[in-house]
Design a binder for this molecule. Structure first.
Ligand code: GAR
Length: 192
């Protein structure tokens, strides 16, 4: 049976594109039923529209608080029969409204080797710390910041002549393989 996922993203959407393309290339039994974005002007919105993926943009400033904003997202997820949520550069903490509705079904990709360098600047923080190895973590979401159960990690070397930009490019290219690999495994295992 084909599973349905929602992708949540806030920015460029290169991971969204990688997931979308891998689903096609690998004939995965999964559909991106909805893109949820918290910035109407984010590049990911146009990318999703161009691919015919339904888009829900939610301006959190229009709501009294996170719970109210997530309560506005939830019916769209339910109407689309979403089985799981993949965060792909979604720069907000998921609140209890969505966590309760999708227990152990919300997954995040983080551009560092958690528990090291959580938060919004995982690449920059690892670079500034002078580590020689960093990487990518995919994990289930819980109520903390980048603290949920780790599904998998891939390491990425930091080269002596790296800039933040060259390191970021190397991390992103790993992410674009790794996230589809994990999605495929979770589907095969029946975890989502
Ligand atoms: C990715 O590198 C992802 O790991 C990171 O945002 C980027 C989004 O890129 N996520 C976080 O930092 C979450 N704390 P994209 O919009 O091109 O997919």
């Amino acid at each position: 049976m084909t599973k349905k996922i929602a992708v949540f993203a806030s920015g460029n959407g290169t991971n969204f594109i990688a997931l979308h393309q891998a689903i096609i290339d690998r004939s995965m039994p999964v559909t991106i039923a909805l893109l949820v974005c918290d910035h109407a002007a984010a590049p990911v919105v146009e990318k999703a529209q161009a691919l015919g993926v339904p888009v829900l943009t939610v301006n959190f400033r229009d709501y009294a608080n996170k719970a109210a904003a997530e309560a506005a997202i939830l019916p769209a997820l339910q109407a689309a029969n979403v089985d799981a949520i993949l965060l792909a550069g979604y720069m907000r903490i998921i609140g209890p409204t969505l966590l309760t509705a999708y227990p152990h079904k919300i997954i995040n990709i983080h551009p560092a080797l958690l528990p090291k360098f959580p938060g919004r600047h995982g690449i920059e923080d690892a670079f500034a710390a002078g580590v020689t190895t960093t990487g990518v973590t995919i994990h289930f979401i819980d109520a903390g910041i980048d603290t949920g159960q780790i599904i998998g990690q891939r390491t990425v070397p930091v080269k002596t002549d790296d800039t933040v930009e060259t390191l970021a490019a190397r991390i992103h290219s790993v992410e674009h393989q790794f996230y589809p690999d994990v999605l495929q495994t979770l589907i095969q295992e029946g975890a989502i």
